[in-house]
Design a protein around this ligand. Sequence first.
Ligand code: ZN
Length: 220
Amino acid sequence: MPTQSPTEENYLKAIYAISNRQDGEEVSTNALAEMTATRAASVTDMLKRLADKGLIHYRRYQGVRLTDEGERRALRIIRRHRLWEVFLVEKLGFGWDEVHDMAEDLEHVRSDELVARLDTFLGNPQFDPHGDPIPTPTGQMPRTGYRPLADLNPGDEATMMGVLDHSTAFLQHLAQCGLVLGCPVKVSEINAFDRSMRVTIDAHPALFISYDVAKNLLMK
Ligand SMILES: [Zn+2]
């Protein structure tokens, strides 16, 4: 089985993430250029290479889709990423706001044996520190049924299960608001102008959450 470079792995992951976000629709070159912060021309080169390896379906001007093998590879990378995040938080004591960038490097260490032992060592965790499900060793992504806080209506109550943005800045902002995984959130009011929300959580009786933040919180 031919292997792929870290850059190629990042493209597979990016295609998987964008396609998931848009319900399996073909991913545009522009969306990929934006997510990987590269010029459209370099994206096109990379897509040709991935298509030659049988990892994506790609036709110019029509966007891309992962092949079954491409999706399996993407899920394997995501699995490694999320297991490393668990390791960094649970075993090395890092905060959940510190681990994403480290896991971006560690996910490219490709030994299956290492990943299998890491998984056993961690007790086969089901979720990473950000609440994301960890794909199974056979490459299945567990369904969570979470929905963004931004989709809730006034009067709705839900529990915070995950976050879509793993950046340090975002996670520190949540900590300042007292928003942590597992906290119950009740929507009291939604501003018709900018869709910001007034919510109540245990520690803060009235907290205002911007639409940008609400889009990135996953609830159940
Ligand atoms: Zn991460």
